[in-house]
Design a protein around this ligand. Structure first.
Ligand code: IPE
Ligand code: IPE
Ligand code: MG
Length: 247
């Protein structure tokens, strides 16, 4: 996840777009429908967004589907969210395989029901040779949890003599993260008008450009994604360097 070498002023496309898909509950509430209705519509927005990301030439799309904190919600809602992952994969996996989408799921596998773990393994295995679009679903994911799990695995390797503590640097540490194979996030979008990360991609967003949109997730699609990318392209990324000389 080395930072790409590029000029400070930037008009390029983001290589890795990460999205906090928020606002399903409020979208449903506005329509006097149950929250689960909003989540179901959220899946439609996800399908549109995956399609749009492919069309726009985004190489990596990572979406936040279920956080390690979302277990605090009522069991009925948690179950509905798990059912939607089942439904999304059942309905779309063949299409994703055909269209060259590589699917990865990041987050803690412990605590997931056996069938969900198998669905995830199957989706990853069936798409492992694809490379057109890298779709990563963060499910049972928390940035702090990911960092703790990485530290634990690195410590286990040190204890086993496979790794020297003094050799641990950024690059080695990153190889223990769930996102080992992904580049750093360039553009991080959050929908629904909230201004927080809610424990998403804490390490990977170190230099991401943050874009907060006032759209509720079920209303998201190509138009909103294009808007976020346009905002991103007008930003100037510095990575701690000094501002460029005015032209
Ligand atoms: C995002 O929508 C989906 C998940 C967090 C799983 P919310 O369910 O958080 O919707 P709001 O924020 O209550 O509107
Ligand atoms: C973040 O949204 C999690 C997902 C989008 C999956 P939340 O709705 O759970 O975040 P908070 O609780 O408003 O911070
Ligand atoms: Mg929310």
């Amino acid at each position: 996840m080395a930072q790409p070498a590029q000029s400070p002023s930037q008009a390029t496309m983001p290589r890795h777009v990460a999205i906090i898909m928020d606002g399903n509950g409020r979208w449903a509430k506005q329509r006097a429908r149950p929250r689960t209705f909003g989540h179901a519509e959220g899946v439609e927005a996800l399908r549109r967004t995956v399609e749009a990301a492919g069309e726009l030439g985004v190489a990596y799309l990572t979406v936040f589907g279920f956080s390690t904190e979302n277990w605090r919600r009522p069991a009925e809602e948690v179950n509905a969210l798990f059912d939607l992952l089942r439904l999304y994969v059942a309905r779309d996996l063949d299409k994703l395989v055909r269209e060259g989408v590589r699917v990865r799921v990041i987050g803690a596998r412990e605590g997931l029901q056996r069938d969900i773990a198998l669905i995830i393994e199957d989706a990853e295995a069936r798409t492992k040779n694809n490379s057109k679009l890298n779709l990563t679903i963060a499910f049972n994911y928390g940035g702090q949890d990911e960092i703790v799990r990485a530290a634990r695995r690195a410590a286990t390797d040190v204890a086993a003599g496979k790794l020297q503590a003094s050799d641990i640097d950024h690059k080695i540490f990153e190889s223990y993260l769930d996102t080992e194979e992904l580049p750093a996030a360039d553009l991080l979008i959050r929908t629904s008008g909230e201004f927080r990360l809610s424990n998403f991609m804490l390490w990977q967003s170190a230099y991401a450009e943050l874009v907060f949109l006032d759209v509720l997730w079920p209303d998201f699609g190509k138009e909103a994604l294009t808007e976020a990318i346009t905002i991103f392209r007008a930003r100037e990324r510095r990575y701690g360097g000094s501002a460029p000389d005015p032209a």
